[in-house]
Design a protein. Structure first.
Length: 119
């Protein structure tokens, strides 16, 4: 049995004050975060114990905590989230973090703009 699995959190929406422009840091914006975190899951699969896995509720709390500190760039936000998650969960051996700004301050209509980091 393959013991590497991926925990996925898709479409997590949080409000934050990230942006280059002063208005973004004052008014804020809705951000959408997608996470894929790979780890060895055989112990969780065999034991049915939450202590043997990466708890998605805890991961979401980490994302919320990192979201609270404003950044100018989405790239910097992703870097801070990556550092926090990999330090807190050393069993993560690879992953992907995407963050999207749902209402960017531009003069055209887009669904969202974002940044993705994969390791």
């Amino acid at each position: 049995m393959n013991n590497v699995a991926t925990l996925e959190i898709k479409g997590l929406r949080l409000y934050g004050y990230h942006g280059v422009y002063e208005q973004e840091t004052l008014v804020g914006n809705t951000f959408e975060i997608d996470l894929s975190l790979s780890f060895h899951a055989i112990h969780a699969m065999m034991s049915d114990s939450v202590a043997q896995t990466i708890n998605y509720a805890e991961i979401i709390e980490h994302v919320k905590m990192v979201m609270e500190e404003p950044c100018k760039l989405l790239e910097h936000f992703v870097s801070k989230l990556y550092d926090d998650l990999t330090a807190s969960y050393p069993q993560i051996n690879s992953g992907k973090i995407s963050v999207y700004k749902l209402q960017p301050p531009i003069s055209v209509e887009v669904e969202k703009v974002g940044f993705t980091y994969e390791w």
